[in-house]
Design a protein around this ligand. Structure first.
Ligand code: ZN
Length: 151
């Protein structure tokens, strides 16, 4: 399949995953992190003698999908369970004793925060495959610098 850029018509496209791998390899090889991004990284696989600029490296990094770890997911479950137990011991809203109000604010506040984090972690894990697929289908046009998703 001959992919063409929808914006400029150029066929000088490259999968961003390949570009991302090149950035990672180059940085690993230099093993100086910041220094590597300071210079220009040559891109092979491109027809033109293009260079991966720090700006492009930054743009591509934003496309790389991340996945919440299983450890984080399980950790949040335990914290939520802890806060549920804590809240039950303090009392349900409406019948919280005066002296427990601060503890209840801590307990219910923590419960809300960690339910949110658990939900985000769950969402991240559930949508990861889809985001990875989209990432693998995203190509960069070396001619005009636009990103395009191919099905
Ligand atoms: Zn283009």
């Amino acid at each position: 399949m001959n992919r063409k850029c929808g914006k400029c018509g150029s066929s000088d496209l490259q999968q961003i995953e390949a570009i991302s791998n090149q950035i990672t390899q180059t940085v690993d090889a230099k093993s100086v992190g910041v220094q590597a991004f300071g210079g220009q990284i040559g891109a092979s696989g491109s027809k033109t003698t293009a260079t991966i600029t720090p700006l492009l490296a930054k743009q591509i990094k934003r496309y790389v999908p991340s996945k919440s770890s299983l450890f984080a997911f399980i950790f949040y479950i335990f914290i939520v369970l802890f806060f549920i137990a804590f809240c039950i011991s303090i009392g349900v809203p409406g019948s919280i004793p005066e002296e427990n109000v601060n503890a209840a604010m801590f307990g219910y506040g923590g419960l809300i925060i960690f339910i949110y984090l658990l939900y985000k972690s769950f969402q991240s894990r559930r949508s990861y495959e889809e985001r990875l697929k989209k990432y693998k289908n995203t190509w960069y046009c070396w001619s005009c610098g636009s990103f395009r998703i191919f099905k």
